[in-house]
Design a protein around this ligand. Structure first.
Ligand code: CDP
Length: 213
């Protein structure tokens, strides 16, 4: 079973994807880490993040073993990721890895922005996780301050809005709900409630597919 989970920054898709993966015993790929790592490597090499060709070369040489780097979890890394993620050539360079991850024998759970639309258009289940910008900013603020990172609520909200704008308006694989994705609106749900809702939606989609097949 392939589960595609998309949504905007701090919508909770990553936490949900992790829990869904554990629940079904499937491997999980947080595809945002790929873009974060490309930006990290580009900055380390002094490359301009707006230079598509050079950023794509960095993406082609990405070592996925480095995705657990804690430096990828900062606010700056998310912002830099959304700059390299605009380049079609960067996205193309990362496509094969994501597809091969998804197409493992038992399936996988992937989360990102374009999983249901571009990476796994034939995923068995597609969820689009959303929440208001204010709720997402509050969640990210609590997450960052909980990790001892000093930020203001206002700056987190501004970052979320800037990334929404960049992710929604870019020409290549913009953030959009796939026509066959189910919307999971989590503004009024805590993580346990969102997780239960996600499992219910996945079970419903799988039983529908079972009946159809
Ligand atoms: O955790 P959060 O939602 O804040 O960010 P992320 O999922 O790690 O993604 C960071 C940035 O990478 C996003 O703002 C997107 O610009 C980009 N991204 C993308 O374009 N496509 C994906 N499949 C995943 C992330």
């Amino acid at each position: 079973m392939i589960v595609a989970i998309d949504g905007p920054a701090a919508s909770g898709k990553g936490t949900l994807a992790k829990r869904v993966a554990v629940h079904y015993g499937l491997p999980h790929l947080d595809t945002g880490l790929l873009y974060r790592a490309v930006a990290r490597d580009a900055l380390a090499q002094g490359i301009d993040l707006d230079d598509a060709g050079t950023a794509a070369k960095v993406a082609s040489g990405l070592q996925v073993a480095t995705l657990d780097d804690p430096a990828l979890r900062t606010v700056g890394a998310g912002e830099a990721a959304s700059r390299v993620a605009r380049h079609p050539a960067v996205r193309t360079a990362l496509l094969a890895y994501q597809r091969s991850f998804a197409n493992r024998a038992d399936g996988a759970v992937l989360d990102g922005r374009d999983i249901g639309t571009v990476i796994c258009p034939d995923a068995d289940v597609k969820l689009f996780v959303n929440a208001s910008a204010e709720v997402r900013a509050m969640r990210r603020f609590l997450e960052l301050t909980g990790r001892g990172i000093a930020v203001s609520e206002a700056s987190v909200l501004a970052d979320i809005r800037a990334r929404d704008e960049r992710d929604l308006t870019r020409g290549s694989a913009p953030l959009v709900q796939a026509p066959d994705a189910v919307l999971l609106e989590t503004s009024n749900l805590d993580i346990d409630a969102a997780f239960r809702a996600a499992i219910d939606l996945i079970e419903a989609a799988m039983s529908c597919a079972g009946r159809a097949g």
